[in-house]
Design a protein around this ligand. Structure first.
Ligand SMILES: NC(=O)c1ccc[n+]([C@@H]2O[C@H](COP(=O)([O-])OP(=O)(O)OC[C@H]3O[C@@H](n4cnc5c(N)ncnc54)[C@H](OP(=O)(O)O)[C@@H]3O)[C@@H](O)[C@H]2O)c1
Length: 305
């Protein structure tokens, strides 16, 4: 049996987490990054890191793709669309049949504003921004390539990812970057990076060509509630004043204007996923316990809403 080999376009937070797990399972892993410093760090982890800046095709990427059995695209699209398909689409076409699984990391932003509805993957996307339209175009392009080349392609629509190494409400409080955003009635989901990696691995093990998955936790919640919970866990006060809407970036203003209640039934049904962190409470507690090194922390009491 050949050794399974993962190629990851965009070794960022998610790509590296998936790569590290794959290596512990005996996989070969290669992928791209944009700086020499990052490439050095990735090589220390046993990952074959190849420079790829999204501007020009890389002969080294082309060679490495030839031995890949599984491929993840974690690079966001730019003005010219998905750089992977634009620059290496022809090489991927030529691999027809040899890739056992392809995953594309997208965003739940493709759904647009959904009011109070629960959204599953059968919902017709309605992107409200150019960026989200580009995402939807990239999704379609990957699904088309998969269908044309008999390659099982999958789309993973992600809400905000949080994780223990620098991206959570706890980090933003500790670094002084936390902003209290109070938007009555506005809720959205999140996903802990470990649960995201578990979903990707489960899909790798049971490819289903053309399948789209919402990768989200169980509980859409307001930003303010999550920040207050994180603050109580680490024993600090959240910022006293709500952040003025006028100071939000255009992206953030757009984001906080929308509600999104994501259904995650499909990952549970198709992939038998049992979330390790079903809500922000379990996820943030695990991060706080790791940060403080104090073992199990008591669960903060939350106000009734
Ligand atoms: N983080 C979230 O909350 C969230 C939510 C929804 C969707 N997503 C999407 O899900 C995917 C993975 O998320 P993530 O948080 O793991 O991403 P990330 O940490 O930002 O990693 C993205 C990777 O893509 C590379 N990259 C970015 N633009 C590139 C370009 N033009 N050409 C070549 N490489 C490029 C980055 O290179 P460098 O390492 O050199 O920077 C990085 O390795 C991304 O597409 C992201 O937009 C993320």
């Amino acid at each position: 049996m050949t050794t399974p080999s993962l190629f990851c376009f965009g070794l960022g937070y998610t790509g590296v987490r998936l790569a590290r797990t794959a290596i512990t399972r005996g996989w070969r892993v290669a992928g791209t990054c944009r700086s020499a410093e990052k490439a050095r760090a990735l090589r220390m982890l046993g990952i074959r890191a190849i420079p790829f800046d999204g501007e020009r095709a890389s002969p080294e990427v082309k060679d490495a793709l030839a031995w890949a059995t599984h491929l993840l695209d974690a690079i966001p699209p730019g003005e010219d669309g998905d750089p992977v398909l634009r620059l290496h689409g022809n090489h991927l076409e030529a691999l027809a049949g040899s890739l056992k699984w392809v995953g594309y990391l997208s965003t739940t932003g493709v759904y647009g504003d959904c009011g109070d509805d629960w959204i599953d993957e059968t919902r017709t996307p309605s992107p409200a921004t150019l960026e989200n339209q580009r995402r939807l175009d990239a999704e379609s392009a990957w699904l088309d390539l998969g269908a044309r080349t008999a390659t099982p392609a999958h789309i993973f629509r992600l809400p905000g990812i949080y994780e223990p190494e620098g991206r959570s409400a706890i980090d933003s409080l500790e670094s002084g970057r936390a902003r209290r955003i109070v938007k009555p009635g506005q809720v959205f989901n999140r996903i802990h990076v470990d649960d995201l990696v578990a979903v990707l691995l489960a899909s790798l093990e049971r490819p289903r060509a053309g399948r789209i998955y919402n990768v989200a936790d169980d509980e859409p919640a307001p930003a303010d509630k999550v920040l207050s919970y994180a603050a109580a866990l680490i024993g600090v006060d959240p910022p006293p004043e709500p952040f003025a809407e006028a100071e939000l970036s255009p992206f953030a203003r757009h984001f906080y204007a929308k509600c999104k209640r994501l259904s995650n039934d499909r990952i549970k049904r198709d992939l038998e996923i049992q979330l390790r962190y079903p809500t922000y409470r379990e996820g943030l507690r695990a991060i706080a316990e790791a940060c403080t090194g104090t073992g199990t922390l008591p669960a903060p009491v939350e106000p009734q809403t």
